[in-house]
Write a protein of this length. Sequence first.
Length: 92
Amino acid sequence: MIKVNEYLDGKVKSLGAEYEGEYFTVGVMLPGKYKFSTEKEEHILVTLGALNIQLPGEEWRKISKGESVIVSPGVEFQLDVAKTVAYICFYK
């Protein structure tokens, strides 16, 4: 089954599914500044474009196409998206 997710007035949308028992989402973010929180460990892979991310206690850093970042469970993090970006998020 495919789950449709929509966040932040439709500026962030994703499709979620399971593969071999693991949940993942494939999504798109329009330009904007966003705050998200995690329940599980998230592995975010940028597949098109770039974004800036600030993890708790860290400086802002840029994640570009082909790069990924791991976000710990139970935290809030911020994203700054200058141009539309596509991503895949794996939940562990």
